[in-house]
Design a protein around this ligand. Sequence first.
Ligand code: HEM
Ligand SMILES: *[C@@H]1O[C@H](CO)[C@@H](O)[C@H](O)[C@H]1NC(C)=O
Ligand SMILES: *[C@@H]1O[C@H](CO)[C@@H](O)[C@H](O)[C@H]1NC(C)=O
Ligand SMILES: *[C@@H]1O[C@H](CO)[C@@H](O)[C@H](O)[C@H]1NC(C)=O
Ligand SMILES: *[C@@H]1O[C@H](CO)[C@@H](O)[C@H](O)[C@H]1NC(C)=O
Length: 360
Amino acid sequence: MFPSVKQSKMAATKGFPLILVLSSLIIGLSQGQSTIPVVPGLSYTFYSSSCPGLDFIIRGHLWQIFQSDLTQAAGLLRLHFHDCFVQGCDGSVLLDGSASGPSEKEAPPNLTLRAQAFKIINDLRALVHQQCGRVVSCADITALAARESVFLAGGPFYWVPLGRRDGLNFATLSDTLANLPPPSFNTGQLLDSLANKKLNATDLVALSGGHTIGISHCTSFTDRLYPTQDPTMAQTFANNLKVTCPTATTNATTNLDIRTPNVFDNKYYIDLMNRQGLFTSDQDLYTDSRTKDIVTSFALNQNLFFQKFIDAMVKMGQLNVLTGTQGEIRANCSVRNANSNLHLKSVVEIDQEQQTLSQF
Ligand code: HEM
Ligand SMILES: *[C@@H]1O[C@H](CO)[C@@H](O)[C@H](O)[C@H]1NC(C)=O
Ligand SMILES: *[C@@H]1O[C@H](CO)[C@@H](O)[C@H](O)[C@H]1NC(C)=O
Ligand SMILES: *[C@@H]1O[C@H](CO)[C@@H](O)[C@H](O)[C@H]1NC(C)=O
Ligand SMILES: *[C@@H]1O[C@H](CO)[C@@H](O)[C@H](O)[C@H]1NC(C)=O
């Protein structure tokens, strides 16, 4: 049994101490335990003696933030996805200079990661390090913040394998472009892109369910409106989008899930079945025969979606992680530690990685 939407909504409307009591009760009763193998070096109990209060510190702080602005949950979930897809879940997205991070503006996914999400992660890092010392990585804090975002927005709770270390290198523009699929991708292109990361069709459909919360800028989908309207888009839905985005480059945003924009549920799949998916990458999941039945099964059964989402998040959350003595535990999530220069990868190594990537 997973905590139902009702239970976690209830938790989100009562007083602060109550949520801690309630959440531990709900979590204690629920499973949220994926059977996906844990990679060597990570474990579910990694901080149980070095930082036993970790989950509560993060949940408590995020709960306070979400009280006034639940939309921040989407920003934090997406941040973890970008971290993991580009160069592995190593906190690289958080570094100043990362092409999908806070200070690089040239990459197409530029500026659409919320500035606030980076600040929240650094604030969480300060709280955690204050209580436990510098033992918890920024990459783990990002993974846990994504988990709490899903849970506090009404989604399932799940346990996160921990022990990630923070990388020393920021992600380059070509890393970012090669690894983050654009919203214009069709299902075939998405499946190819995710296969590089050992993620399959079930994972693709489940992870895309992250679009059950959050917003998008017009520029991410107006290619489906202008100059020619995508015939797979429902007419009323398209008309409304044209009001929000009167030109292809209007600087405005719209919700990703038109039914329940701030609740983590399976309504995104109902949207797709009604041709109300915002991106080609969303809507084509219901067109392509390899994913259509998976979409339908999630639309009909929210628990099934939650289970597959948990598995896919645990898989995604372990992509190319650094463990043991690799990398470092950053003292400030935005910058490498001062003494870590010696471990910097050479430019030659980075070039080789990019060549490898571009062969996919
Ligand atoms: C499968 C390929 C994916 C594509 C092509 C894609 C594309 C996008 C795009 C274009 C946006 C809107 C950006 C903007 O214009 O502001 C967006 C937002 C978002 N994405 Fe994805 N995404 C993908 C996968 C994921 C995954 C795996 C997750 C998490 C599990 C995720 C979670 C989100 C969230 C929560 C938002 C809203 C962010 C906010 O409100 O600030 N996406 N995505
Ligand atoms: C984002 O990147 C695109 C090109 O990839 C560029 O045209 C646009 O100006 C950039 N936006 C910002 C706000 O930097
Ligand atoms: C994808 O992989 C999971 C295991 O991680 C498996 O349960 C599922 O059946 C696979 N789906 C497809 C479509 O192969
Ligand atoms: C878009 O609008 C927002 C809020 O109105 C503003 O902060 C931002 O700078 C604008 N972005 C661009 C690229 O004009
Ligand atoms: C972290 O580093 C950034 C970039 O150098 C800096 O602006 C910020 O003040 C630092 N934060 C803390 C808490 O030291």
